[in-house]
Design a binder for this molecule. Sequence first.
Ligand SMILES: C[S@@+](CC[C@H](N)C(=O)[O-])C[C@H]1O[C@@H](n2cnc3c(N)ncnc32)[C@H](O)[C@@H]1O
Ligand code: SF4
Length: 369
Amino acid sequence: MTGLYIHIPFCRQKCFYCDFFSQKYDTDLADKYIDTLIKHAKQFENEEINSIYIGGGTPSVLSSNQMQELLQSLNNAFNLSEVKEFTFELNPESVSKKKLLILKEFGVNRLSMGLQSVEDKTLKYLGRIHDFKTFCAAYDTARNEGFDNISLDLIYGLPNQTVDDWESVLKKALLFNSEQLSLYPLSIEKNTPFYENGIVTDDKLQRALYEKTVEVLEHSEYVHYEVSNWAKKCKEAFHNTNYWRNLEYIGLGAGAAGYLERRRYKNVEDIEKYIELCSLLQSTNRRSNLSFLNIEDEYIDNNLYKTETIMLGLRLLNEGIDINCFNNPKHHTILLECLKNKTLQEQTGKIKIAKEYVFISNQIISKFM
Ligand SMILES: C[S@@+](CC[C@H](N)C(=O)[O-])C[C@H]1O[C@@H](n2cnc3c(N)ncnc32)[C@H](O)[C@@H]1O
Ligand code: SF4
């Protein structure tokens, strides 16, 4: 059983903070891209898929016809009877009842919506093209169409945002009663307008905002199950959790990453080039050599596999990772050091990051590199 990730590298407009691979939506190019994705998907048509995630970019920017064509072809190419979770990312401004009905018809059972903030001035500052009212309408339409598993993305730790500002944003976001909240501290990425304009974040402020988040959500229905993710019980993202469990997934599309047969790969980050390269695809077997589509392709040997299993698994705050995974001498020494300084703790054979150190999880995790 594997997961399937499909990348839709189109957005109506680039947000000022974002360096994810995407470019301006163009109908003709998107038509060709969908045809190419379908061709690429056919390489894997005998795979048993247990989760699908269509992300971006902005998958909802596709026209309803394009969405229908993509989803219909996935249904034809794969046996989807074992799919437990099927997520589709939506940006508020490109949601419509018609699109939601198509998603429902083809088995999408989870939506991930980019809210980012509940304040129009902040949305503008981030370069978002939706306002809060548009989000509310999109969210209500999704609920009315019967979607009962919705995750919301928010960004915190913007320059000059106070703890009180963030607390009120978070509390307003909680009123939607979504099944999951993904809360990301703003990071300044190269080649973004924020970076070019010299915007910087403040670690101390971001930490204070993170601590406020934990305080607000501690007595709520939400469980803090991953460094940036809080979900209601049994609503933890299955597809993403499998990434952190270091399990396999197929990555389709320009710029998509995948992990199969101990190879981590990334497809070429160029839509035209991806279309051109995929025109050479012929056989229908994932074991055929697809590396000509990749800009990254790394074999994960046993040592690296163990390191990655630890680094990914520690992100799962409640699940943690089996103590037996630390049997390599280097990892064992670091584990002992971290247990001694109490940044990690052991509970019934599982190693987890101690609650009070989650904010510096990246520093703890990178020690095992
Ligand atoms: C790749 S985006 C795609 C989602 C969708 N297109 C949207 O904008 O809502 C996934 C999420 O990553 C987060 N994100 C992207 N860039 C970020 C950054 N520089 N700092 C913090 N969060 C970021 C945003 O919350 C965003 O919703
Ligand atoms: S945050 Fe989403 S909408 Fe904005 S540029 Fe990135 S992928 Fe596109």
